[in-house]
Design a protein around this ligand. Sequence first.
Ligand code: UDP
Length: 538
Amino acid sequence: QSQELSEVQIDYHAALQALVENGTRMVCTGRMHTDRICRFESLCYSTEAEEFVYFHSNSSVMLPNLGSRRFQPALLDLSSVEDHNTQYFNFVELPAAALKFMPKPVFVPDVALIANRFNPDNLMHVFHDDLLPIYYTMQQFSDLDLEARLFFMEGWSEGVHFDLYKLLSNKQPLLREELKTLGRLLCFTKSYVGLSKITTWYQYGFVQPQGPKANILVSGNEIRQFTKFMMQKLNISLEEGSGEEYIVVFSRTINRLILNEAELILALAQEFQMKTISVSLEEHSFSDIVRLISNASMLLSMHGAQLVMSLFLPRGATVVELFPYAINPEHYTPYKTLATLPGMDLQYIAWQNTDREDTVTYPDRPWDQGGIAHLDKAEQERIIKSTEVPRHLCCRNPEWLFRAYQDTKVNIPSLIHTIRQTVKSKPGPKKQKWSGSLYPGKVRDAKCQASVQGTSEAKLAVSWQIPWNLRYLKVREVKYEVWIQEQGENTYMPYILSHQNHTFSENIKPFTIYLVWIRCIFNKNLLGPFANVLLCST
Ligand code: UDP
């Protein structure tokens, strides 16, 4: 069923002739392999060689034409994880004439998006590295619509969250292994290769310890447009403000457990006077979890991939992340960064177990579940004595894994105290005033007039008009920032003003040229652009 590519009938002979005559055509966006996405016509894939093939002919196009720089290190990243050396894309080249000697091509009629999933068994990776990037790559190119087909080339099997990937298009996604069943040489009529990284907010620590990305470009609005799409596909309606308020405890049942979960749930219910329910990936369907989280006032969970589900929380909700002993919450912030993206409007609270008595370690488990028995005795002892895991690179640091897979008996008074420092009354969706922040445009018609009094005193009268967009907005506070800079000097005098004109006399000298920079500021922190600099001679 999934192998049914020929829903769209194509004229095989015409397609083959076009491939032989026109070869492959590629035009890419992006200046470096890390920000590149390429659009191809007639990109082929040899399922025997497991290589993409570019056919040269008189009409083929290759932009950028990088020469051998195409291998330094690659044409592009096939996953959304930046510059990961297991995720590179390239193709081999052949003359179109070679097609005569090759297996008969099988044409893929659907518009294809070709990419790698990064870690399809981990929910954080699924959303952050795959689903959001795929969704917004599809938004970027109009022919990647719901009739497009996804091709996952990383080589994994479907994985436990495959149903989520299926929501992104109406066609069954195809895996690398399945391509073999389609033919020996596949030719994609139209395809896009690579994923947009514009929505990612976290780097996992391959070259420097993990942390928020340096230049985050996504806001809560885009996250919620995505979750709205996913919820529509899952047939979950957003009931606004209806029904009872409640807290969701997202538990793990295999490892990194909360040992006194029942007690914790009772305490939360008591403290916040709210129903408190517990969910887990093992015991609930994905849809049920989304339905519950999307109306919750608070989501509480151990650090771990399941916390990426705070994506689905309503504005104003609170995220409480619990960290096991010796794990510094400031060093592991994928969920904090998510909750505090501009416009996510979530309250984020971290709690850490600081009491050795309340932790249960598993030194004898396999290394990938945090066991340390394979290390030498001295190292084991150092780790067991240590009170904090030092910063480290991804992904196999044994001290980190040892501490990450501890179980925790949560000190309930300590946790409630931590939550209460942030959540004063009842948690949860407040009557949100629309907090969309719009920036001012440039001030208009700036003018200056100088007057000289004697040989040592001068004045500069500067005036301007409000930014054009202000007349259509309700803004609580409008201020103007004016910088006065003597021509040729590096320094300037800054002023914050409430009116549209001002006469400057301090430090203004006669027979001098001043540069005057003016910008508008809404509500203290929404800084507009400077208008064209004004040249004023006294
Ligand atoms: N997971 C889970 N329950 C468990 C342990 C793990 O649901 O008891 C899920 C977890 O949310 C993630 C995947 O299994 O999606 C892999 O978990 P792992 O501990 O490897 O990663 P982490 O949560 O630390 O990112």
